[in-house]
Design a protein around this ligand. Sequence first.
Ligand SMILES: *Cc1c(COP(=O)(O)O)cnc(C)c1O
Length: 351
Amino acid sequence: MTRAYNFCSGPAMIPTEVLERVKSEILDWNNIGASAFEISHRGKDYLEKVIEPAEHHFRQLLNIPKNYHVLFTSFGASHHFAMVPLNLLDRSKNNTACYIDSGIWSGKAIKEAQRYGNIILKKFEDFKSQSDYSYIHYTPNETIEGIQFHDIPKTGDVPLVADMSSEILSKPIDIKKFGLIYAGAQKNIAPAGLSLVIMRDDLVGFAKSFTPTLYNYKTYVDSQSLYHTPNTFGIYLAGLAFEWLLKQGGVEAITKINQRKAQKLYDYLDSTDFYKNSVDKKYRSVMNIVFYTPNAELDKLFVEESTKAHLINLKGHKAVGGLRASIYNAMPEAGVDALINFMKDFEKRYA
Ligand SMILES: *Cc1c(COP(=O)(O)O)cnc(C)c1O
């Protein structure tokens, strides 16, 4: 068996050590004669050995203050595109929020929010906070275009909401600067079908009256995320991934590795005329690196040949074309080195 270096944008690579642990526990977890996801989510075993430690370790990793709730929601990040406006728009009398319009994912969040209220659109560069906004939403890492905003927008008293799907746990963040953070698990944490929410407690309880129960964040707050059967497998795996990250030295340690990985790849891209990356240097993503060979045919050949070399899922998103290397926490530095060596060799053969 050869495990490839998997550059998929999501569902993304999960650390091999985490999968090995799942493998060793899948038939008999903690001597109960069943796996962690074949037992009641309300039983003592699941509560005390899965969901509570997962929350505890997640709080520890991101240094989450006590006045923030952590919620496990059993669906993807896209559900929050509707949940955020349904839960927060009514904080202001005029039903208004501001969205930073920076790419395909923020665009999808905007489209959904527009169904429920007045949505003011701004670019990251010319955004200014206004007190009549219920909240301000942005997407710090645009996964598809490979654009990342390294500074947090200043929003004053207006709660800042962030879709952190493709950067959560990749670097330390000052949670106090945010009102609500949501993130799908399948990029930097666990398999798809689970998302995590960090929500300041004073923002709970503003949902529009017609909000469905499972779209109301208060439902998750009041039930410890157990109003209905959660994604028991996803939460179990997220818990293992948190333990893995703590063992690596936590978010502070991984951020150094992440920066080194990205820097190596960008340095190489900058050193050659064969490959191109068109993102403004100050907005280059540390997680998703989009690049192009001189033409679409070579891009296609690059995908074919890299796949044979066990460097998989390097095809860019269809909306932007080209190639994309997603190098989340689970991608070892050796994977990036292998990619750069392959790129050099490919350039030599086709330049
Ligand atoms: C992947 C991604 C999503 C969508 O996640 P789903 O779980 O498929 O709904 C949303 N936002 C960002 C920034 C993403 O990268």
